[in-house]
Write a protein that binds this ligand. Structure first.
Ligand SMILES: C[S@@+](CC[C@H](N)C(=O)[O-])C[C@H]1O[C@@H](n2cnc3c(N)ncnc32)[C@H](O)[C@@H]1O
Length: 465
């Protein structure tokens, strides 16, 4: 399955049909028993981006579409998409917009922001291109909480903005912030592919953390966008590496870096060079597990085996032999889900993650290993849509990041949700870096928790709900 084929609609991106309210209302079990289922900062390679250069790079002659804000139509080769209404914002300028942006439902904390200096720099560097862009020719990729999308709408009256965000919490935060700002009709969520990029001349991109995620995005833009497309890819200096320049150079003839500002920088790419075939997904055989792992660009660890996951796998034979239902919480490529399904022919597993790439990867990994009839996938924020008391086992290798920040917030949300979704007596198996000392939290949020293994780096616990 190509990433572009994934179903990841905004706020309703559940790819599982297992937990519909209809099913629950009719008394069917919520958990179907046999579901067929360097980093060295880049130095500026040129002086600060000149407006004239950006304007000429956005080739107006390539697609002579007039700005038609009143009709709100997106020009595409196949059809025009009509927008429900114009954008009538409740906020008048960028500063008042930024003041109302929130991160929720993602973790909120005093040290975690909804808008950063990279957002501001991307918007400033792209200002002329955004003002010149015809309606429907702007795409935003990796917007954290809506600062890029909504600011383009407020400051440049951009309409028909197409958006792709890999994490579901990003989609949900954008939707809530758009509602608060009165800007819900200015954008729509798309999957990473033709629907997102066809006819697009300006791309605003928050640089992802991994090079493979960036490579997949760059390939998609080069393949589907207008030949005159200009990409404004920004991030915090500490997260930008020379490797990012190289990755962009594989898909664009020109890549240059702007001068930095407030510890942030923007890479400007133009002259797309489409490769004959996509490099994603990647499939690798992991000899020690006898498993084929399939990964899209943004999936955690790619198609390799994380060392924490490897340690947790040692404990799978000790999972309750009577268990019929399990959840791989924060599944990534689905290695835990698929391994458990192979070990226990009688068990059904839901592999769930908020990342669109992870969910697509886990589905593909299940298919590649012949257990797709018992491993289903669900794109969800910490399995919040699964019914209370509905499963026997939860497996979890929780993230210790929220976005790029080291933070325990998501892990704690996961523990609390595991305590809710497990039936009484159900088991949660967790692996974590020992210094995080999660045992007490697990005990409080899930139930009695025993340390069942510890090596030089990791601890594995079993909690009984
Ligand atoms: C340490 S990785 C573990 C991946 C996989 N289980 C493995 O063992 O290789 C943590 C995973 O949690 C996912 N994650 C982060 N925030 C999440 C959230 N709010 N809801 C669901 N999954 C989330 C990440 O996308 C990532 O795939």
């Amino acid at each position: 399955m190509k990433l572009s084929e994934r179903t990841a609609p905004s706020t309703a991106a559940c790819t599982s049909t297992a937990f519909s309210s209809r099913r629950r209302a009719s008394g069917s079990p919520p958990f179907p028993r046999r579901r067929s289922q360097e980093v060295r900062p880049i130095s500026a390679t040129s002086s600060r981006c000149r407006r004239s250069a950006k304007s000429s790079a956005v080739s107006r002659s390539a697609t002579p579409t007039p700005r038609t804000r009143s009709t709100n139509s997106v020009p595409t080769a196949k059809a025009s998409i009509t927008w429900s209404s114009g954008c009538r914002s409740k906020v008048l300028d960028r500063d008042s917009l930024f003041a109302l942006l929130r991160r929720r439902p993602d973790v909120e904390a005093p040290n975690l922001v909804a808008v950063d200096a990279a957002d501001r720099l991307i918007l400033d560097e792209a200002a002329t291109a955004l003002s010149d862009a015809p309606a429907g020719s702007v795409a935003v990729i990796g917007d954290h909480y809506g600062a890029l999308t909504l600011s383009a709408a407020v400051t440049h009256d951009s309409t028909g903005i197409r958006v792709f965000q890999d994490p579901l919490t990003g989609e949900q935060a954008l939707a809530r912030n758009a509602e608060a700002a009165g800007l819900t009709s200015c954008y729509r969520q798309c999957s990473l592919g033709q629907d997102l990029l066809e006819g697009v001349r300006v791309v605003l991109l928050q640089l992802p953390r991994s090079l493979s995620e960036l490579a997949e995005i760059a390939e998609a833009i080069a393949r589907h966008a207008d030949p005159g497309v200009v990409v404004f890819a920004g991030g915090r200096n500490k997260h930008i590496s020379t490797g990012m320049n190289e990755v962009l150079h594989r898909s664009f003839a020109s890549v240059r870096a702007t001068l930095g500002r407030q510890k942030s920088r923007v890479l400007i790419a133009s002259g797309p060079v489409a490769s004959a075939r996509s490099s994603f997904p990647v499939t690798e055989h992991i000899d020690e597990l006898g498993l084929d792992v399939v990964s899209y660009g943004a999936a955690f660890a790619g198609s390799t085996l994380d060392i924490g996951t490897r340690y947790l796998l040692d404990f799978l034979p000790r999972v309750d032999p009577a268990a019929e239902t399990a959840v791989d919480l924060g599944c990534g490529t689905g290695i835990l889900a698929v391994s458990l399904a192979r070990l226990r022919p009688g068990i059904s597993v839901i592999a769930t993650d908020q990342s669109a790439a992870a969910v697509a990867s886990a589905s593909a990994t299940a298919r590649a290993n012949g257990v797709a009839d018992r491993v289903s996938t669900l794109r969800d924020d910490v399995m919040s849509t699964l019914p209370t008391g509905s499963c026997d086992v939860v497996l979890c290798n929780p993230p210790f990041h929220v976005g790029a920040a080291v933070h325990t917030g998501v892990a704690l949300k996961m523990f609390a949700e595991a305590g809710r979704v497990l039936r009484s007596g159900g088991e949660m198996w967790t692996v974590y870096n020992s210094h995080l000392g999660y045992r007490g939290r697990l005990q409080r949020l899930v139930g009695r928790t025993d340390v069942v293994g510890r090596n030089a780096k990791f601890t594995v616990t079993r909690s009984i709900a």
